[in-house]
Design a protein around this ligand. Structure first.
Ligand SMILES: [Mn+2]
Length: 325
């Protein structure tokens, strides 16, 4: 039974810190919230502590601001050694930001629940299901297995997470099971239009201006099969937008039939550069991201750039060249 290790971990510990990857997305936030409520229902003490604040568009699921940010709204418990850490929606401990230094080395133990590509050795003591559409999908099945009642607040958080990670039920890992779960969550009371509107129709005008500026950087290469967009920190500052407002921009170019791979270089306001990759069809961009120290899924992956933008761009294009010549 795939849940044996995680159930054993949850049952044999009583104090939990829940965290997820840095710059948390809809799946990270929704999964953390649902897990927090599930642990409380199981009579456990639990806290959610992230390295970065959540984008505002996800905050409707967290009415009482229980999802905290380290050094901002969360003070770490003094007795960290009595706690265990649950890492959600990433299997790379270097991808949980400052939590990897301030929490991970001090807790009693940790456990990963995730659905990204991972090293084989991680599969043994964690719950990593790379076929799952989202971490939330895994959590839903886990809660069912453990007979944890999924209330409306949990259902809404899980639904938001699934909507986000499946691109509203269209990305490749969306299956009949995903729809069955969604159906049950709607049955519990989730309003899909409300969730969609919060996540996708609540952006600022600054965000719209940011989109127009970034789209104007579009380059098309390899006979229009590869699209590259670039966001420098200046455009974030000029448009008055937030870094997270850019999280959907990478998907635009894929709307063109010819574009098979979309590459997005994005710099945050501190000048840190990240490369995100999306593909449709046969090109495994997780493999490319892994070769730069990052990770992800077959069709959606990313890494932090250690070289300049130009150098990184050339290296990524070299890796893609064999597919297009
Ligand atoms: Mn996810």
């Amino acid at each position: 039974m795939i849940f044996e290790a995680v159930i054993n971990f949850l049952e044999s510990n009583s104090r939990f810190i829940i965290s997820a990857h840095e710059t948390p997305d809809g799946d990270a936030i929704g999964s953390e919230y649902a897990m927090l409520k599930a642990l409380q229902k199981l009579g456990k003490e639990a806290l959610v502590i992230n390295s970065d604040p959540m984008p505002n568009k996800f905050s409707f699921i967290d009415r009482f601001n229980e999802i905290r940010v380290i050094n901002e709204t969360a003070r770490l418990p003094k007795n960290l050694g009595d706690y265990v850490l649950l890492i959600l929606d990433t299997n790379d401990e270097n991808n949980i930001g400052i939590v990897s230094q301030l929490v991970l080395p001090k807790v009693k133990d940790y456990f990963i629940i995730d659905h990204h590509e991972s090293d084989e050795d991680l599969l043994v003591h964690n719950l990593i299901q790379k076929s799952a559409s989202s971490t939330a999908e895994i959590l839903y099945l886990l809660f069912k297995e453990m007979d944890v009642e999924i209330d409306f607040q949990m259902a809404q958080a899980l639904f938001m997470a699934i909507v986000y990670d499946t691109g509203s039920f269209i990305y490749p890992k969306t299956t009949a099971l995903t729809f069955e779960i969604a159906r049950d969550l709607v049955d519990i009371g989730v309003n899909p239009n409300h969730v969609y509107s919060k996540v996708y129709e609540s952006n600022s005008i600054s965000s719209l201006l940011l989109h127009s500026k970034v789209l104007s950087t579009l380059e098309l290469l390899f006979d229009n099969h590869v699209a590259i967009q670039t966001m420098r920190k200046e455009v974030i500052i000029e448009s008055g937008a937030l870094y997270e407002d850019a999280d959907q921009i990478i998907n635009f170019p894929l709307r063109s039939e010819e574009v098979k791979v979309s590459i997005f270089f994005k710099e945050n306001t501190e000048g840190l550069l990240r490369c995100s990759l999306r593909s449709k069809g046969n090109i495994n961009v997780a493999e490319i991201a892994q070769s730069f120290g990052g990770g992800g899924h077959r069709t959606a992956a990313g890494f932090k750039c250690t070289l300049s933008l130009e150098e990184t761009k050339n290296l990524v294009l070299e890796k893609l060249r064999p597919y297009f010549v």
